[in-house]
Design a protein around this ligand. Structure first.
Ligand SMILES: Nc1ncnc2c1ncn2[C@@H]1O[C@H](COP(=O)(O)OP(=O)(O)O)[C@@H](O)[C@H]1O
Ligand SMILES: [Mg+2]
Length: 465
């Protein structure tokens, strides 16, 4: 099994958590039971032993210790099996319910533990034949140890019960571990099943079948959200792919026509001997086609350039006021040959800054101005720049023939040329380039149409400051 898989990790976390919980519960149960059993024994043992200790202390003070029989069974009511040992201040056994020699070693050990203490001590001590819950009471007179009373109650039964409880708990724990891990595995498998299913479906989707979609599990959970998000991504990718394919087709088409015309002109020219005028005319035709090819290739490259780093957030900022002044100068020059008037309406003494690269923004606006000059025969072209409310607005207004209602929705499409364009040269890419640049600067571009009386192109940019 892949130890990096989510399924493995889920199983591991789940099993570990469950096993630890079970272990803690079992251990607590064992501990509480043990404490409870000892507590009962201790209560009886302590109260009994203290009475005995008081009596013995008196006897020590009187200098007389009762004989074994009367002391142990008659005087203090010690029940059979219970232990009572009395030692002097050196640990020598004065009286014992065990034959002295058999327990000397243990008694000595206990004496060492209590001889320096002032308080009684309760512990488990094993003696030959049985384990005793033992209380050790030091007897002191004016801080001097005069003897020790040791009393014990057999706890073999309790220990046996505790041992059997422990064995049972451990067996039960071992029995639970395997089902816990298997349960974890099954749960993790079920949880990951939809992920495996959709990842199989995703694998089948390539650039060739972008139309396919991953089927939604209809579970209203995170997996369904993931599928929906992925399908949305596919829709966008499909649209982008179709657009790019269409574009390649359009480019090929645009290049094919002038190339074919050039070829036939050359073929006709070569078919027989021609006059000098024929050659000149043919070369002039070739030049026109050549120019068209060059323009198209240049615009295609410009479009590619406009689209580069579109997704990156530009950190550059452009002084739009300054740029518009320069644009105005160029427009005035270009318009001169056609006898068009160019006017500017810029806000005075304000410098407007927008995000984006200067040369790109300039190229976008130049394309709009170029159209205004191309599609206007008489009149005025006006450039305006206004700003306010976080945005800067540029208007390029002309008094040309305007855009027809049919053309208006498609003006910004690649290679789209309007009805009014047949008399003037162009590739149909100018506005597509402008659109691509303006949107990459988080701006927008629209056209306000006044068919027959001119058009106004409006570009709105967010300001940087
Ligand atoms: N100022 C304008 N006045 C009238 N029509 C315009 C104007 N600007 C653009 N158009 C129309 O939009 C079309 C697309 O413009 P554009 O992408 O620059 O291509 P091109 O200028 O090469 O034809 C043009 O063919 C034209 O029909
Ligand atoms: Mg143009």
């Amino acid at each position: 099994m892949n130890t990096k898989s989510i399924r493995f990790r889920l199983t591991l976390w789940y099993s570990t958590a469950l096993i630890i919980s079970i272990a803690v519960i079992f251990a607590s149960f064992y501990y509480i039971t043990q404490q409870e059993l000892y507590r009962h024994t201790d209560i009886i043992l302590i109260s009994h032993a203290k009475q005995v200790a008081q009596e013995i202390k008196q006897q020590f003070e009187d200098g007389y210790i009762s004989s074994r029989d009367s002391l142990l069974y008659n005087e203090f009511g010690v029940i059979p099996g219970m232990m009572l040992v009395i030692t002097d201040k050196e640990g020598k056994i004065l009286n014992s319910t065990y034959p002295n020699t058999t327990v000397e070693h243990e008694i000595n050990g206990l004496f060492q533990q209590i001889k320096t203490e002032t308080q009684e001590k309760v512990l488990n001590q094993s003696f030959p034949g049985s384990t005793q819950r033992t209380i050790l009471i030091p007897l002191r007179k004016e801080n001097e140890l005069i003897g020790v009373v040791m009393m014990g109650h057999p706890i073999d039964v309790i220990q046996k019960s505790l041992n059997s409880l422990l064995t049972n708990l451990i067996s039960l724990f071992a029995l639970l571990v395997v089902p816990t891990i298997f349960g974890g595995l099954i749960l993790a498998k079920r949880a990951m099943q939809p992920v495996n299913t959709i990842s199989e479906q995703m694998q089948r989707i390539t650039s060739e079948n972008l139309k396919e979609r991953v089927s939604s599990p209809q579970t209203h959970d995170e997996i369904e959200t993931l599928v929906l998000t992925f399908n949305n991504l596919l829709t966008r990718l499909e649209a982008a792919f179709t657009r790019e394919r269409q574009f390649i087709g359009d480019v090929a088409h645009e290049l094919k026509t002038p190339l074919a015309t050039q070829q036939s002109t050359i073929e006709v020219l070569l078919s027989k001997k021609r006059t000098n005028e024929d050659y000149q005319k043919a070369i002039a035709d070739l030049l026109i086609d050549n120019k068209r090819l060059t323009d198209t290739v240049k615009d295609v490259l410009d479009l590619a350039w406009a689209e580069t780093d579109k997704t990156q957030i530009s950190t550059e900022s452009t002084n739009l006021t300054e740029l518009m002044e320069e644009l105005y100068e160029i427009t005035a020059q270009l318009a001169k040959s056609k006898g068009l008037e160019v006017v500017k309406r810029f806000e005075k003494n304000v410098n407007v800054y927008i995000p984006g690269k200067r040369d790109k923004i300039f190229r976008a606006l130049l394309n709009i101005v170029d159209n205004a000059i191309k599609y206007t025969r008489l009149g005025t072209i006006s450039l305006s720049l206004t700003s306010g409310n976080g945005t800067a607005t540029i208007r390029v207004k002309d008094t040309g023939e305007g855009v027809s209602a049919d053309d208006a929705p498609h003006l910004f499409d690649r290679f789209y040329r309007g009805k009014n364009s047949h008399r003037v040269g162009g590739t149909g890419l100018g506005l597509a380039i402008a659109y691509s640049i303006v949107t990459s600067c988080k701006g927008s571009i629209t056209v306000k149409n006044n068919e027959g009386k001119g058009s106004t192109f409006i570009a709105i940019f967010p300001k940087t400051h």
